[in-house]
Design a binder for this molecule. Structure first.
Ligand code: NDP
Length: 249
């Protein structure tokens, strides 16, 4: 019970890595608030997580959405101890065909909303509190066709270290997980058929020495460690969970 009596807010907790993390947190004794835009998957996730979960519909790119989600969490559970800033979108187009609206939407979701959610949560976190950001191996690999996504996640890596040093004097830790290719709905969105999805996965797996995608729970276990008191002397760092990924596929 590594999160006994702790309250966590997980953005994007209605799907993929966020939902797997919410499940692990609940198993470890936490009360968990999850956010997402889609009401249907939020309700399904809350039903799966049970009575210690709260589903909050929020588009975190909108002004005031983070503040409302944090207020709802504190109103229901009385505190906020752990924040997993996980919500994100992908997007893959070569430089030549990337349009401004898509580039800005990715930055707004994966970077700007993460910063302002951390900012909104900071006054409510107490000594011993923990923030975990969700980065990506795109931060360093230069995988073709993902400039905006890579830039957004590179920003997460840089921001991780700044937030860690700013919040350290208050006893609040900030770290990041850096997932490699992980089997979640974000991949299904990139392929139009099951065959195309399998081909995409096979292609990527060639650059993963362990030979296959990670599962969402593999990332969740690293988030759990960083969020828990077992990581009490760890701040400003990253845990890479990528099967040893060696380069762009
Ligand atoms: P999913 O698509 O399953 O999850 C993304 C989550 O983000 C959903 O819950 C979605 O909910 C939420 N979300 C998206 N936009 C917004 C928004 N504007 N406001 C609030 N919530 C939003 O994919 P993953 O689980 O794979 O992705 C989770 C994170 O992991 C992302 O940050 C992604 O970049 C990162 N990651 C994933 C990897 C992978 O291979 N799967 C690899 C490296 C990093 P809703 O649609 O209801 O809003």
């Amino acid at each position: 019970m590594r999160l006994r009596d702790k309250t966590a807010l997980i953005t994007g907790g209605n799907s993929g890595i966020g939902l797997a993390t919410a499940e692990r947190f609940v198993q470890e004794g936490a009360r968990v608030a999850i956010t997402g835009r889609d009401r249907k998957t939020l309700d399904a996730a809350a039903a799966k997580l049970g009575p210690n979960a709260l589903a909050i519909q929020a588009d975190l790119t909108e002004d005031g959405a983070a503040e409302r989600a944090i207020a709802a969490t504190i109103e229901r559970f009385g505190a906020l101890d752990v924040l997993f800033l996980n919500a994100g979108i992908s997007g893959s187009t070569p430089v030549g065909t990337t349009i401004r609206a898509d580039f800005e939407r990715i930055i707004a979701t994966n970077l700007t909303a993460v910063f302002f959610t951390a900012q909104a949560a900071a006054p409510h976190l107490k000594k011993g509190g923990s923030i975990v950001l969700n980065g990506s191996v795109h931060q360093v690999l230069g995988i073709p066709g993902a400039s905006a996504y890579a830039a957004s996640k590179g920003g997460i890596g840089a921001m991780n270290r700044v937030l860690a040093s700013e919040f350290a004097p208050r006893g609040i830790r900030v770290n990041s997980v850096v997932p490699g290719a992980t089997r979640t709905p974000i991949w299904a969105a990139r392929a139009t058929t099951p065959e195309a999805l399998a081909a995409l996965e096979n292609g990527y797996s060639r650059s993963i020495p362990l030979g296959h995608f990670g599962e969402a729970v593999d990332i969740a276990n690293a988030v759990l460690f960083l969020a828990s008191d077992e990581a009490r002397h760890i701040t400003g760092t990253e845990i890479v969970v990528d099967g040893g990924t060696i380069g762009a596929p």
